[in-house]
Design a protein around this ligand. Structure first.
Ligand SMILES: [Zn+2]
Length: 167
């Protein structure tokens, strides 16, 4: 989290024109960069989960509202009456929209497409050119590898230290 803010601050320092894209999630309060077309808006939700959660909730409410309407109610009654008489084989759940499914890269790693897309947008803004999803994935894979190496080194050091000086 702290790392994220340090990074965000250095990005804004290096690219002051992106300041107008800085906004704050109305739900969790995290600062994030948004697309220039949304610059100046303060009613947005962050791409780190709040936006998706809100979308799911909103679509749930829509269907509840639908069944509350007289027309919807009639439809539901129809459905209920029809149900016992004819056998309906269970339908496989419809596939979630493309963006919500984890997306697998050629190397078999799973990515959250929404987040990858967000990183791609921010990276394109910072670089001032279009960056492809493949480039973002390569960069993320490299970063993750570095991160794991660092963690491993830390753990090795701790283990070595514990062996030298047992508590
Ligand atoms: Zn949020």
């Amino acid at each position: 989290m702290l790392e994220y803010y340090v990074l965000l601050r250095s990005v804004l320092h290096a690219k002051p024109h992106l300041r107008e894209c800085l906004t704050r999630c109305r739900h969790c309060g995290i600062f994030f960069l948004t697309h220039p077309r949304n610059a100046g808006r303060h009613d947005l939700r962050c791409p780190f989960g709040c936006r998706e959660a809100h979308r799911k909730q909103a679509s749930g409410q829509r269907s509840v509202a639908y069944y509350r309407e007289p027309k919807g109610k009639g439809k539901k009654r129809d459905l209920n009456q029809r149900r016992p008489r004819q056998y309906c084989p269970p339908k496989p759940a419809p596939n979630p929209p493309r963006a919500q499914r984890p997306w697998r890269s050629r190397r078999g790693r799973e990515w959250n497409l929404r987040l990858v897309e967000y990183v791609r947008m921010v990276a394109s803004l910072i670089e001032g050119r279009r960056i492809s999803r493949a480039q973002v994935l390569r960069m993320l894979a490299r970063k993750l590898r570095q991160h794991t190496l660092c963690r491993r080194r830390q753990i090795d050091q701790t283990v070595a230290w514990l062996q030298e000086e047992p508590p």
